[in-house]
Design a protein around this ligand. Structure first.
Ligand SMILES: Cc1cc2nc3c(=O)[nH]c(=O)nc-3n(C[C@H](O)[C@H](O)[C@H](O)COP(=O)(O)O)c2cc1C
Length: 455
């Protein structure tokens, strides 16, 4: 309906423009047609051009009115590819800011086509219409959740959010390795802080109901919930710590107290390479202490029948076998709700070594991260015996990539770098390809394919 209405508006507008330009734009005929029946004195070339334009516009308008909403929507997504070269000319952080602003104002296409049935799944008692999510770091301050979900992501993760606002590292701090489909960033948790983000989320979205009785089971409700706090999509909140804070646990607990009521799931990010000492929190003892305290802080709050949001930990891809075993043991022992695998890597795979930009300090993301993060994902799926939902993240740029992560053990998926390069058009493309992969291999749904390569 909306597309038809907008097509009508466009064609009305164009027709009006065409009419007004044919009767009112000649300076010799300033009193317009009613005072003089004379034909305006356009030069012959101008008349031809105007005629051709009107013809084209009428033909275009007539054609548009015959096109169905799905086709029109497909066109809009494809058309966004036209602006990619313009974004490529800008500094990476400026381009990023512009993209977030565009999404926050709704200057982005809106997905009207329903997701394929085989992409739908239920995790933590919530229904995801598709498993493709936007990873943390894109919308750090929750400025554009609705616009991003509207583009067709099954879920969006905001953050990392720190308790106190902080600037992050000096600029430039985001570097493109275009040919390699990669980015190196050393942002260092630039964040407006938990209070600003809570205000924004509170204004935009419903609050998770806090009730008199508390419940510790996130999936206690019989009926799976369609969508979450942000309407039809699911909203994750990724928590970080301040650079100068000496008590990391207190920072995460503060994040939980202020933001968990707006979140469909929470993430403890202990894997950014750009905050000194952060990744040490992945050690067995440190992680166990941290998760216990954060879970306790979450469960002490009074939750309604929905229960508290699930708690996940996001880990690095640069971990040894022993590190992974430790994390798996903690996750199983403490009944962690999920793991995100993975954050950016501090390693520099051979595929980027020839590019001088690879010498920049920071975390590498995008295509060169795919193999490493998928290997860690698979190991973790086996170590946790498929008992904990895993979010596969790192280098996904196609439906085949997404499918490989699912077969390696991911129930849900996230991307960032490929979206930064490919823009909105990439989302329907990945979803369609992933749906085809499932169909090709005889899987009725995503969940049937999870861990298929580990059996
Ligand atoms: C510029 C940039 C900023 C990021 N900021 C965060 C962040 O604040 N918190 C976080 O958990 N991950 C952050 N990430 C990591 C991504 O969420 C993701 O884990 C990583 O980029 C791998 O996915 P990709 O290869 O699809 O980009 C950031 C990544 C990039 C490129």
């Amino acid at each position: 309906m909306a597309a038809r209405a907008s097509r009508k508006l466009i064609s009305d507008y164009i027709t009006k423009r065409a009419i007004s330009s044919s009767v009112g734009s000649c300076r010799h005929c300033s009193t317009a047609a009613e005072s003089s029946p004379k034909i305006p004195h356009f030069p012959k070339k101008g008349r031809l051009l105007t005629g051709a334009t009107i013809g084209l516009v009428i033909a275009g308008g007539a054609y548009l009115s015959t096109v169905d909403e799905a086709t029109f929507c497909g066109w809009l997504f494809s058309a966004t590819k036209l602006v990619n070269p313009f974004f490529a000319l800008l500094d990476a952080e400026v381009a990023h800011k512009l993209a977030v602003t565009a999404a926050s104002r709704g200057w982005v296409p809106r997905e009207k086509r329903p997701d394929s049935a085989n992409l739908g799944l239920e995790v933590w008692g919530r229904k995801f219409s598709n498993p493709i999510g936007l990873a943390a770091g894109f919308d750090k301050n929750a400025e554009a959740v609705e616009g991003l979900l509207g583009m067709g992501f099954g879920f969006v993760e905001v953050g990392s959010v720190t308790p106190v606002p902080q600037e992050g590292n000096p600029k430039p701090r985001i570097f493109r390795l275009r040919k390699e489909g990669a980015i190196i960033n050393r942002c260092g948790f630039n964040s407006e802080g938990i209070v600003a983000v809570a205000k924004r989320l509170g204004a935009q979205h419903g609050k998770r109901k806090l009730a008199e009785t508390s419940s510790t089971s996130p999936s206690s409700s019989e009926e799976a919930k369609h969508g979450g706090k942000a309407g039809p999509g699911i909203l994750g909140v990724n928590l970080g710590k301040n650079k100068t804070s000496e008590d990391a646990t207190a920072d995460y607990v503060q994040g939980v107290h202020t933001l968990s009521q707006y979140a469909d799931y929470l993430v403890i990010n202990v894997s950014s390479p750009n905050t000194p000492g952060l990744r040490m929190l992945q050690g067995r003892k440190q992680l166990k202490d941290l998760v216990k305290k954060v879970q306790a802080a979450r469960d002490e709050m009074q939750w309604g029948e929905e229960g508290p949001p699930p708690l996940l930990v996001k880990i690095a891809p640069d971990l040894s076998r022993e590190d992974l075993e430790d994390i798996a043991a903690v996750a199983l022992a403490l009944r962690l709700d999920g793991l995100i695998i993975s954050n950016t890597t501090i390693s520099r795979p051979d595929s980027v070594n020839k590019n001088p930009v690879s010498e920049e300090a920071g975390g590498l993301s995008g295509k060169p991260l795919f193999n490493l993060s998928t290997r860690i994902l698979k190991e973790m799926y086996i170590l946790t015996r498929g008992k904990i939902p895993l979010i596969g993240c790192g280098g996904i740029s196609s439906g085949e990539d997404a499918y490989e992560k699912v077969r390696a053990g991911a129930s849900l998926l996230q991307l960032y770098t490929a979206f930064a390069y490919g823009g909105p058009a990439l989302i329907p493309q990945i979803k369609a390809e992933l749906s085809e992969c499932l169909e090709r291999d005889g899987f009725k749904s995503i969940l049937d394919a999870v861990g298929a390569d580990c059996r």
